[in-house]
Design a protein around this ligand. Structure first.
Ligand SMILES: *Cc1c(COP(=O)(O)O)cnc(C)c1O
Length: 367
């Protein structure tokens, strides 16, 4: 049996008629950019996240970059984030003109709030906690510290659409939140896409200019900005998919439960949700000591796995000039050697899930 890490064609098969119909509808109107579908998607997405405003952009890297610009981050500023995220988190901070300052993570793969305060200084303008693997970061502690220092908090929620923290959805937990609609994310379009949610009307108003050349109206540009907009066809597809998201999220959680119930004692499992919190398991990450061997053995049994992410941000090429070295973020680096992401997506069959479980048990017992 084969269990691929992703299989995007399956979701398309399920929604094919609805999607083709939407593409046809938008195309016949010939309204491709910032049209009614985008407005509606922004509204419905924001509502889904318990936020007042949604601003569609070209991808989540832009969402983060533009949000930082819109809250006033620029040259010579510092923005705090974690070293174990996808490269876009640090890249977008650099794009905004600022320098990323890394703070190590805890065993839940998210920013360790006990290490946060030591990284703050007079240059710190924002904190970008990442809800990695679809689990919300410790927002209560982070927000409290941010408030004391008058620093803004921008959630990197690229992996976490639908995750719940203290009974509230991510996307409504900081000053603004950035989501990716990339094909590998839980709610994805047929190409790149991103969206920002916020409850702050000023941030929302600013972002609508930042994504569209700083234009106040058709002819007057208030400042030099970007072209980073969400297409109407993609928004129409997003509206269709948003309806299915609760059902998909349930399936992500059901598969996670199956993995958890059956793999206890075989490997380190993801942290259990604290009270009032519910992860969405964008990735289901286990930890095993001899990861390369186990990954290879699983592959031989037809189980495709990935590592998110083997090289931390402080050791990437662009970070060289800041003088970080191996050993600077011990928890992130230790995790980097052991983490392994199992296949998890709504279309996985129960059979495939059992095959993953059986294969891991077999491989780990033999190693
Ligand atoms: C995917 C991802 C991004 C970037 O998303 P794009 O839409 O591809 O730009 C940013 N942060 C995290 C944590 C991600 O997983």
């Amino acid at each position: 049996m084969k269990v691929p890490f992703v299989n995007l064609g399956l979701q398309y098969q399920d929604l094919k008629d609805e999607i083709l119909d939407a593409i046809d509808r938008v195309s016949l109107k010939g309204s491709y950019i910032l049209g009614p579908e985008t407005c509606k998607f922004e509204e419905e997405f924001a509502t889904f996240c318990g936020a007042k405003f949604g601003i569609g952009v070209a991808n989540a890297t832009d969402a983060l970059t533009l949000t930082l610009r819109a809250i006033g981050v620029g040259a010579d500023d510092e923005v705090i984030t974690v070293p174990n995220s996808f490269v876009a988190t640090a890249g977008s901070i650099v794009n905004s003109g600022a320098r990323p300052i890394f703070v190590d993570v805890a065993s839940d793969y998210n920013l360790d709030p006990t290490k946060l305060e030591a990284a703050i200084n007079s240059k710190t303008k924002a904190i970008v906690p990442v809800h990695l693997t679809g689990r919300a970061a410790c927002m209560e502690e982070i927000n409290k510290i941010a408030k004391n220092y008058n620093i803004k908090v921008v959630e990197d929620a690229a992996q976490a659409i639908g995750a719940i923290y203290q009974n509230n959805p991510v996307g409504s937990l900081g000053d603004a939140a950035c989501f990716s609609l990339h094909p590998l994310k839980n709610l994805h379009l047929m190409g790149d896409g991103g969206i920002i949610t916020t409850n702050d009307p000023e941030i929302s108003k600013n972002l609508k200019k930042w994504r569209n050349h700083g234009l106040r109206d058709r002819d007057f540009s208030e400042f030099w900005a970007y072209n980073s907009r969400l297409d109407n066809i993609q928004s129409a597809i997003g509206l269709i998919k948003l309806k299915h998201l609760p059902k998909w999220t349930q399936r992500f959680r059901a598969i996670a439960k199956e993995y958890r119930d059956n793999l206890e004692g075989f490997c380190k499992l993801p942290a259990i949700d604290p009270k009032g919190c519910e992860a969405v398991y964008h990735n289901f990450v286990i930890r095993v000591p001899n990861r390369e061997k186990i990954q290879n053995d699983l592959n031989n049994l037809g189980v495709d796995t990935k590592v998110h992410y083997p090289i931390p941000l402080h050791l990437q090429g662009g970070a060289k000039k800041w003088g970080y070295k191996k050993g600077d973020f011990p928890e992130t680096e230790a995790q980097g050697f052991e983490i392994l992401s199992l296949p998890i997506y709504p279309e996985l069959t129960d059979h495939q899930v059992s095959h993953v479980v059986d294969s891991i048990k077999k491989v780990i017992s033999n190693n």
